[in-house]
Design a protein around this ligand. Structure first.
Ligand code: MF3
Ligand code: CO
Length: 262
């Protein structure tokens, strides 16, 4: 197992810059989401925003084991797509859809990673509830990301808030440490038990990902090698922040105005 890379103050300042850049890209994409827009058009908006920030995409060309290189700067996960949806000229957003947008950028050698699930126009009360609960589970998890706690305290919140609402979390996908690499140790599972797992220390930076299915937790990977869908066709939502663990508690590095409404 690789070891956990603790970041010093200077590195955390740099990660705040990449986190803020990632947040700006997500905010810019949010403003472009409306019925009739294709997910490929959102990819174009993202590329322009990343270039204007003098950043580079952490996703484009990224390789994870057993996957082809990722072909875009964003993951767009519409309705029953859980994660890793690839932008497509033929995928047109329609009123009532929900779309998870995940994007990460590199500035000055450090990565910032975030995701948010948006309603397209007006959506159903059920979908709205899924969005609210998933976002709430992320904030509950973040509040446990403090020195002295363990990873299980964070993971438990992701699982418990979702399950209390009658939803389910993924079994085999996790958030992750982040820094000079997009994916570092430790993993941040979406399920766990309080008091178990890695002890959290100041200087750890985590990309905490809340991934919640409205129905069952079972998922399938489609034959492009990337897209993950719910097996039962139910909706799925994704919210992610990059969070630094400081001696006095968690600091969200990817905050932006999109998180304040809804
Ligand atoms: N935020 C997701 C993750 O950290 C998105 C990965 S897309 C990839 O796993 F291209 F980087 F793989
Ligand atoms: Co991530």
């Amino acid at each position: 197992m690789q070891k956990i890379r603790i970041k010093n103050r200077t590195e955390i300042e740099k990660m705040k810059r990449s986190g803020q850049a990632a947040a700006k890209v997500l905010h810019t994409i949010a403003n472009a989401i409306q019925p009739g827009v294709t997910t490929y058009e959102l990819e174009m908006v993202s590329r322009k925003a990343i270039a204007e920030l003098n950043a580079t995409s952490s996703f484009l060309g990224y390789e994870i084991p057993d996957h082809p290189p990722y072909p875009a700067t964003i993951c767009v996960s519409v309705n029953d797509i859980v994660i890793h949806g690839i932008p497509d000229v033929k995928e047109v957003l329609k009123e009532g859809d929900i779309i998870g947008v995940d994007t990460a950028v590199n500035i000055d050698g450090y990565h910032g990673d975030n995701a948010y699930t948006f309603p397209v126009g007006k959506t159903t009360p059920d979908a709205q509830k899924l969005l609210e609960v998933t976002k709430e589970s992320l904030y509950a998890a973040i509040s446990e990301a403090k020195p002295g706690n363990r990873m299980g305290d964070v993971s438990y919140q992701l699982q418990n808030v979702a399950e209390e609402a009658g939803f389910s979390v993924l079994q085999n996908f996790s958030g992750h440490g982040i820094g000079r690499h997009l994916h570092e140790e430790p993993q941040v599972p979406t399920n766990g038990k309080p008091g178990r797992g890695v002890r959290l220390r100041p200087g750890m930076v985590l990309a905490i990902e809340a991934m919640v299915n409205a129905g069952q937790s079972s998922v399938d990977i489609l034959d492009d090698g990337w897209r993950v869908t719910t097996s039962d066709g139910s909706l799925s939502a994704l919210f992610e922040h990059t969070v630094a663990i400081l001696s006095d508690g968690p600091e969200i590095l990817t905050g932006s105005p999109i998180w304040e409404n809804q």
